[in-house]
Design a protein around this ligand. Structure first.
Ligand SMILES: Nc1nc2c(ncn2[C@@H]2O[C@H](COP(=O)(O)OP(=O)(O)OP(=O)(O)O)[C@@H](O)[C@H]2O)c(=O)[nH]1
Ligand SMILES: [Mg+2]
Length: 659
């Protein structure tokens, strides 16, 4: 049987760890041999961090009681031997629950009070404020205690009607959707706004983040879930119940939150065990399941292969009891395989490209610097060998020549300085185009316009206009980046021709991925602004949260683009410094050699040997660099490590997957 999702994720993670250690080896090698300039070192650090910190977010979305939490238990927690996340009839999970692992923190459940909605801070901002969260330590060795603590995600509280209104859980214009009002005029609302479980599960340790959500069409859903958490998930599993089929509210959730998203979507038709009936033959039940699957695919507009009839309950009980028949009947492996087969190769491709780009960069920069140093050594050898059999007058002449050459070379300094001045000015100008002030100004302007917007249409238009302005800023920065590239290219050619440098401008800076990120933010927010309850939330108190949420998202894009431009420019100009240093060192070496030869003719052969040895060392470094880069390339593009071997070394993950 094909390895399940758990095994595949393991293999991907082992692949990442392998690449990480090869990158570290490369860094160490470059550092030890004085080949690592600052931009190259930043690039390698960023790459290693990206590989280590890479997250894979899978969100489970559905109307309440469809079995989201049960399915998460079955896929990820069966190895604990019990139900970990609460899953009960009726509304259970009251706030979004994020499961992940951060090894710098102890295992814990963190809960954010629902009242934080009354203040301006967005969820994103509050993540960094430890004091805003109630922190409950988790005893991971005691699954029963763990499950007890996690019951807190079910907590609710009673509040007065006006508080419920302020919190966003009561809407006078949509009376049918409002929760019941009790005899004292109180409304039951969730106690928490968000929960984060830090749990050292092998899969979470490997960068998986699981997002369990409460029934989403409920009034008062956290806007951040719609505009940020769900759209940035790498995959969503939408769950329906086979006993209810696709209901109107299921369809509303699908349409509002999952329809038209580019992300990978899977549909689970859960609870197929409820269709079994002692009075009907199994073949009839099968026909019934097949029919439901086809209907579901048709209603949601997805291929039938994306709809997975499953039973989360049988999967969980089957795994806990080690009952292979139940597990087979649950059909969970088909869903897990699909998740593993489609999702993980996509993630791998993205990381692989980043590593290959890094290799190309190091190869170009460091490789060139080594070739250049070798060339200088060869020239020096030629010079020294030419002195064989010559007298000291000749050596004196050579010394004077080195002096003249060195003085001529130093004239390049004023040229380099002039080029630097132009470069600094151009870069400053490019960075100004995409400064944080632009984001702030534009979002404030949007806020003004949204305040006046009565219809969603107006809000959408204002938002699109803002995005268009921001996009044109990014494109402008891209053009300016290309102009810098051109300017440097031309200046480098001149410096190479006149002063014997070996400079070459790196591949043009590329900001297209930031433009794509902006497009994605635009799509998500536009979709959110289209929801009926969005405008209500976008007014008053929620408006400020909305703006802050947007600003922080846009900042990430703009700061990312600025960072990229800056790093590119640093790396392009760092070669000038290192080549200047090399050239000067070379002149000094030549002068010293000649002086030694002048003082004692026996020194010539010794000096020739020395330079030959140095050249040989450079040749070795070149070939070791090539070997390291080739090995990295092979590791990045080669097959994933065998999952079976990993399962053995990771007993817990093996337990989850081995059934
Ligand atoms: N028979 C059957 N019951 C299931 C299955 N999956 C879940 N259930 C039950 O359905 C009920 C709801 O499951 P949950 O996992 O709490 O559903 P949820 O989607 O997380 O619901 P909320 O947290 O309220 O949004 C629980 O009683 C589960 O035991 C299944 O495959 N078969
Ligand atoms: Mg739940």
């Amino acid at each position: 049987m094909a390895p399940s999702f758990a095994n595949k994720l393991d293999a991907l993670s082992a692949w990442r760890t392998g690449l990480e250690s090869r990158l570290k080896e490369l860094s160490r090698f470059l550092f030890d041999h004085d080949l690592l300039d600052q931009p190259a070192s930043e690039l390698l650090d960023a790459l290693t961090q990206r590989l280590a910190g890479e997250k894979l977010v899978v969100a489970f979305v559905a109307e309440f009681s469809r079995g989201k939490s049960e399915l998460i238990n079955a896929i990820f927690f069966a190895d604990t031997g019990r139900r970990i996340l609460p899953a009960t009839p009726g509304r259970t999970t009251m706030c979004p629950v994020e499961l992940s692992y951060d090894e710098d923190e102890t295992p814990s459940l963190r809960l954010l009070d629902i009242d934080t909605r009354l203040h301006n801070q967005s969820l994103g901002e509050l993540r960094g404020h430890a004091a805003a969260w109630k922190q409950v330590p988790l005893n991971v060795k005691r699954p029963d205690q763990l499950a007890d603590e996690l019951l807190q995600v079910m907590q609710t509280k009673k509040v007065a009607l006006d508080v419920a209104r302020e919190l966003g859980f009561w809407d006078d214009s949509r009376p049918h959707d409002n929760p019941p009002l009790d005899a004292d005029g109180h409304v039951e609302v969730p106690a928490w706004r968000h929960a984060i479980i830090n749990y050292p599960h092998p899969l979470l340790k490997r960068g998986l983040v699981v997002l369990d959500t409460p029934g989403l069409n409920a009034i008062g859903a956290e806007p951040e879930l719609t505009v940020s958490l769900l759209p940035s998930a790498h995959a969503t599993v939408f769950i329906l119940a086979a006993d209810t089929g696709v209901t109107k509210s299921d369809l509303a959730i699908w349409r509002d939150h999952l329809c038209g998203q580019a992300l990978a979507r899977y549909v689970a038709l859960n609870k197929i065990d409820t269709l079994s009936d002692p009075l009907s033959p199994q073949a009839e039940v099968e026909i019934h399941i097949a029919r439901q699957r086809a209907q579901t695919a048709h209603t949601l507009g997805v291929p039938e292969t994306r709809v997975f009839p499953i039973s989360a309950k049988l999967a969980l009980t089957g795994r806990v009891a080690g009952d292979a028949d139940d597990l087979r009947a649950s059909r969970i492996l088909a869903l897990e395989d699909a998740l593993g087969q489609q999702l993980l190769p996509q993630r791998r491709e993205v990381l692989q490209q980043a590593v290959l780009d890094g290799i190309a960069h190091i190869d170009a920069q460091v490789g060139r610097s080594l070739t250049d140093r070798r060339r200088q050594m060869s020239e020096q050898l030629l010079e020294l060998r030419g002195l064989r059999g010559k007298n000291t007058t000749m050596v004196g002449m050579m010394l004077r020549r080195v002096g003249t050459e060195s003085a001529e070379f130093e004239q390049c300094i004023s040229r380099v300085q002039a080029m630097r001045a132009v470069h600094t000015r151009m870069l400053k100008d490019a960075l100004l185009t995409i400064s944080n002030d632009i984001v702030r100004e534009r979002t404030e302007l949007l806020q003004e316009k949204l305040r006046g917007a009565i219809l969603n249409l107006g809000a959408k238009r204002a938002f699109s206009e803002m995005c268009a302005t921001l996009r044109s800023r990014l494109s402008e920065a891209q053009t300016k980046g290309s102009e810098i590239h051109e300017m440097l290219g031309a200046s480098f050619n001149k410096l190479n021709a006149e002063f014997g440098f070996g400079l070459s401008a790196p591949k043009e800076p590329d900001l297209s991925r930031f433009i794509r990120d902006l497009d994605l933010i635009e799509r998500n927010y536009i979709q959110y602004l289209g929801l009926t309850h969005a405008l209500r939330l976008s007014q008053g108190r929620f408006m400020e949260q909305f703006r802050r949420m947007l600003v922080s998202k846009l900042r990430v894009v703009f700061e990312g683009a600025s960072g990229e431009l800056e790093l590119w420019n640093k790396s392009a100009s760092a070669q000038i410094d290192s080549q200047l240093r090399d050239r000067r060192r070379n002149f000094k070496r030549r002068r010293e050699s000649l002086e030694r030869v002048q003082s004692a003719s026996s020194e010539l052969e010794a000096r020739i040997h020395e330079v030959e040895a140095q050249e040989e060392r450079l040749r070795e470094l070149q070939s070791r660099l090539a070997t390291l880069l080739q090995a990295l390339h092979a590791a990045a593009t080669g097959p994933l490590p065998a999952a079976a071997a990993l399962a053995q070394s990771q007993p817990l993950a093996g337990t989850v997957a081995s059934h």
